[in-house]
Design a protein around this ligand. Structure first.
Ligand code: COA
Length: 164
């Protein structure tokens, strides 16, 4: 298994993996599979540019041979230059509990160090215990901030933060 950031010529890999994640785990993400699956090529090109152009965001994928096993986004906080955000964390169900999530998380934390961020934050559904355990084990702390998941407003979310 190898983790690396996606490159500009892998737009179809980005699309396929993101759609697999949305189809598999609809309650984990603030986007709707049907709506995103119907987006035009220009949307996916913009998504790719946002994670491959210099000084923007990153998308790490876990690969094994030609298969993609998981993904995670590292984003810049648009309002705070010292803060990063994690979103879109997903591991293929057939390969869970084998350390891929932990390795993806570490890839974003390593990126955050090179960017000299002071904190990395994320939002997770309050009942997503496996993800909360993963983040807590990596050193993230639950804050008092609470919200609702976009597109699934019945789902309450909590904010976790990692201090670098
Ligand atoms: C959450 C998720 C990314 C974890 O990925 P993973 O590759 O299975 O995680 P890892 O194998 O690296 O697990 C690392 C640690 O996380 C915790 N963890 C992960 N899955 C767990 C589970 N099902 N139950 C309890 N703890 C769990 C454990 O502490 C684990 O360490 P351990 O195996 O040594 O006990 C994966 O379950 C997933 O894709 N879920 C659906 C999408 C999702 O919820 N994404 C998060 C959105 S915020």
């Amino acid at each position: 298994m190898k983790i690396r950031s996606i490159t500009a010529n892998e737009v179809s890999v980005l699309r396929d993996t993101r759609l697999r994640a949305l189809r598999d785990s609809p309650d984990a993400f603030g986007e709707n599979f049907e709506a995103i699956a119907g987006r035009p090529t220009s949307y996916w090109n913009d998504q790719s540019a946002a994670v491959t152009e210099p000084h923007r965001n990153v998308l790490f994928l876990a690969f094994e041979g030609g298969d993609t096993l998981g993904m995670i986004y590292g984003l810049r906080d648009p309002e705070d230059k010292t803060a990063g955000r994690i979103t879109g964390m997903w591991v293929d169900p057939s390969r869970r509990r084998s350390g891929i999530g932990r390795a993806l998380l570490q890839a974003v934390l390593d990126w955050a160090i090179t960017e000299e961020f002071k904190t990395v934050g994320l939002w997770v559904a309050v009942d997503n215990q496996s993800a909360i355990d993963l983040y807590r084990q990596a050193g993230f702390v639950v804050t008092e901030a609470r919200g609702r998941l976009n597109e699934h407003l019945a789902i309450e979310t909590l904010k976790m933060v990692f201090e670098l």
